[in-house]
Ligand binder design. Structure first.
Ligand SMILES: CC(=O)N[C@H]1[C@@H](OP(=O)(O)OP(=O)(O)OC[C@H]2O[C@@H](n3ccc(=O)[nH]c3=O)[C@H](O)[C@@H]2O)O[C@H](CO)[C@@H](O)[C@@H]1O[C@H](C)C(=O)N[C@@H](C)C(=O)N[C@H](CCC(=O)O)C(=O)O
Ligand SMILES: Nc1ncnc2c1ncn2[C@@H]1O[C@H](COP(=O)(O)OP(=O)(O)OP(=O)(O)O)[C@@H](O)[C@H]1O
Ligand SMILES: N[C@H](CCC[C@H](N)C(=O)O)C(=O)O
Ligand SMILES: [Mg+2]
Length: 487
């Protein structure tokens, strides 16, 4: 068993009281998970302050308390460690506890508003195809090679990140591709991690509820690049004006991918249809199964990472050409001559991109019907913007619920409706029940039409007042389209 003083290696300490040679049985940041002999790390959160649970944690058997402010009364026999930043301390301690797994596996983190899951998943699939044992930490799922481990967050908590990396190393993984959400960066879930590279996909409107302002959101992403070591690479989207902002204080090697600006990794779109993308890369024409110009960026990011990790470009392009990417991203279901597209677009930029892709590929008089909602307890300011985009770029828009969480669905829909102009009301329907909304889209469709169901992608649940009910856009649209063939 590791002793406390070793687990605190590299943590910024303010003071210590008690036995530093104590063995640490477990590291816990939630008092409800404390077991005998564990170290409890008190973190100030968005809902409560973990410092309030120190006494409870000791009552349940914690022998070590790591905190930013010592309790007024210290208890005999308990070791107290006062630190500058307990969230950061947790990451570093977890890394030490699990024997610093990121030193034995090449970890690349991907950040950005959109495209993280797609890029990380493509990289995982690609490296598996190229014969590497590979790990993945993503919104859809965590993976050790082909073994799936359920994901609860885009980036797991600090202890889970290190525990998963340790398992990957034990399974022989040489690479891990992971998403770094802005929440995770701010909350130090990836503190203590040694990265060989980081990718910035793009930044646009999202999460202003959490970060407060767009500047703070940019700063959150930038922190990932500020902390990269000198021997790592920083690969950023050169066509996003915040790409170079990410690199302002970055010691790592600066690399760009772009369609329009000068860059180390460049491509030109030759054709872009609902069947796929044809790109010209370094004079070679390559066909990809990924759909939409935005996916050209994701493919370039993947190419960049792979080449920067020492792989040979031609082999990479050959393998990448056949890969489909993550579940719930532009998934097509064709039944009764109607095409349904299920996509995880849950930001204005993503929705705009997906609708532009569909509109760009339309051939004639077909209708485009969009079903979309916005999540509860998330950024309210994106609601009217997303509704406006859906209505303006579709023949009909059906505004509905996403995951209402703890909000009233009708109130979320009112926020969305505020974005619909008077002249657009006639082509807008509001149906609170998402299943009914999908059913209505199917009933309104004729042969040749396209239905976009946006926002939930791979999710197989709808979260209402803390309970996740089974709900799967793909399952539901398939069911109703099949009914059309029978009637
Ligand atoms: C807003 C947010 O990010 N919250 C995350 C955060 O929780 P928090 O700060 O609210 O924690 P809190 O409830 O205030 O509690 C503070 C501390 O007291 C502790 N506590 C609390 C109660 C108790 O009885 N005892 C106790 O010790 C808690 O364990 C915690 O350490 O830290 C928790 C532990 O890591 C996360 O599970 C939690 O994710 C919540 C569930 C969440 O919904 N997060 C979303 C927004 C999120 O993280 N999303 C990103 C993706 C976003 C994107 O890019 O699209 C993600 O990475 O998944
Ligand atoms: N590079 C991109 N630029 C803009 N939009 C994109 C890009 N890649 C994907 N999208 C759109 O964004 C949606 C979400 O993509 P993806 O899941 O890859 O993003 P993410 O960054 O992982 O999202 P999250 O923050 O929820 O983890 C896709 O369904 C698609 O509509
Ligand atoms: N990772 C994103 C997912 C949003 C998905 C959308 N379906 C919603 O519930 O808002 C978040 O937590 O904000
Ligand atoms: Mg994701």
């Amino acid at each position: 068993m590791k002793v406390l003083k070793d687990i605190l290696y590299k943590v910024s300490l303010t003071s210590t009281t008690g036995d530093m040679e104590l063995g640490v049985k477990d590291i816990v940041f939630d008092s409800r998970q404390v077991t005998e002999g564990s170290a409890f790390v008190a973190i100030k959160g968005t809902q409560v302050d973990g410092h309030e649970f120190i006494e409870k944690a000791i009552g349940l058997g914690a022998q070590i308390v790591v905190c930013e402010q010592l309790p007024e009364k210290l208890i005999d026999g308990i070791t107290y460690v006062e630190v500058v930043n307990s969230a950061r301390a947790l990451g570093i301690m977890a890394s030490n506890y699990f024997d610093n797994p990121s030193e034995s596996i090449k970890v690349v983190a991907i950040t950005g508003t959109n495209g993280k899951t797609t890029t990380a998943t493509l990289l995982h699939q690609l490296f598996m195809r190229m014969g590497y044992s590979t790990g993945l930490l993503s919104t859809v799922e965590n993976k050790i090679n082909e073994t799936v481990i359920h994901a609860t967050h885009t980036t797991p908590d600090a202890v889970s990140v290190q525990a998963l990396l340790r398992k990957m190393v034990a399974e022989g993984c040489t690479h891990c591709f992971m998403e770094a959400s802005s929440h995770a960066i701010v909350q130090e879930r990836i503190a203590g991690l040694k990265l060989v590279g980081a990718v910035f996909t793009n930044i646009s409107h999202d999460h202003l509820d959490y970060h407060g302002t767009f500047d703070e959101y940019i700063k959150a992403k930038k922190k990932l690049f500020d902390e990269l070591p000198k021997d790592a690479f920083a690969l950023v989207n050169g066509d996003d004006k915040r790409g170079s902002v990410m690199l302002q204080n970055c010691k790592a090697s600066h690399q760009f991918f772009a369609l329009k600006s000068p860059a180390e990794f460049k491509a030109k779109i030759i054709s872009n249809t609902l069947e796929g993308l044809e790109l010209e890369i370094n004079g070679k024409l390559i066909w990809f199964r990924m759909i939409g110009a935005f996916n050209a960026y994701n493919l370039l990011a993947v190419l960049g990472v792979t080449v920067l990790l020492g792989e040979e470009e031609d082999e990479v392009l050959r393998e990448l050409s056949g890969i489909r990417g993550a579940k719930g991203r532009f998934d097509r279901i064709s039944i009764a001559g109607i095409t349904a597209i299920v996509d995880y677009a849950h930001t204005p930029d993503a929705l705009d991109n997906v609708l532009k892709t569909i509109n760009g590929a339309r051939t004639g008089g077909e209708q485009l019907i969009t079903v979309v909602g916005c999540g509860g307890n998330r950024d309210k300011t994106k609601r009217p913007v997303m509704a406006k985009i859906a209505v303006q770029e579709s023949d009909k828009a059906i505004l509905t619920s996403d995951n209402p969480r703890f909000e009233e669905p009708e109130e979320i829909l009112k926020d969305m409706q505020a974005g619909v102009g008077p002249s657009e009301i006639r082509k807008t329907l509001t149906i609170v029940d998402r299943r009914e909304a999908i059913k209505t889209a199917c009933m309104l469709s004729q042969k040749g039409d396209i239905i976009l169901i946006a926002g939930k992608g791979h999710e197989d649940y709808q979260e209402v007042k803390g309970v996740k009910h089974h709900f799967d856009d793909t399952e539901i649209v398939t069911e109703f389209l099949q009914q059309l063939t029978q009637s």
